[in-house]
Write a protein that binds this ligand. Sequence first.
Ligand SMILES: N[C@@H](CCC(=O)N[C@@H](CS)C(=O)NCC(=O)O)C(=O)O
Length: 221
Amino acid sequence: MATNRYQLVIGNKTWSSWSLRPWLAMQASGLPFDEISIPLRQPETKAAILRYSPSGFVPLLIDGDTLVWDSLAILEYLADAHPEAGLWPSDRKDRALARCAAAEMHSGFKELRSICPMDVLAAAPLDPVPEAIENDVRRIVALWRQCRATNAAKAGPFLFGAFTATDAMFAPVASRFRTYLPDLKRFGDDGTAAAYIDAIFALPAMQRWLDGARAEVAAAI
Ligand SMILES: N[C@@H](CCC(=O)N[C@@H](CS)C(=O)NCC(=O)O)C(=O)O
């Protein structure tokens, strides 16, 4: 029985990087929702997801009779429905940059995503670092620095100061870096990326996601 306006269908907290994005945005923005969790990598996973999501993928947001699948579409939907949550920066130029960065994440960084799958509780520094991911990592470090150089960023530790949808899109990348590439200096980081990753992990909402991942692991033992 649903108790909130929204239901969010997600995968495992340990691995589901796409699920983390809207989950974190809703939690960080104080938007209440019922969570429907579907274990991934099981023989029955696809059928279980298809009972909710027409695309066969999570995350999916349910708002009454409106279904919104795809992480970025959910963030846009929430930004539309809750302008007071500030899910995009208020300045138009910053908003363009924030949307470019979120879109670049959504459609790109394929080498990083395939070689470094999200595993939020793992510490597995890569040695040697595969050459294939160098370009992706350098690009993300540069992009974060560009966002952090905006005026808006002076107001807080996130890409545009206060938490936005772009931070939600990059939270799984922060997790991947923490797991696989704890030292980003060799990819051109002047400390900006390291501090940003710390800020993402310091979010109470991110800590709740990690607690959820630990609970999943404990339940599977
Ligand atoms: N472009 C989609 C990608 C969603 C996606 O790939 N989700 C994975 C989990 S992280 C999934 O649902 N996999 C289905 C399966 O394992 O059968 C989005 O942004 O939401």
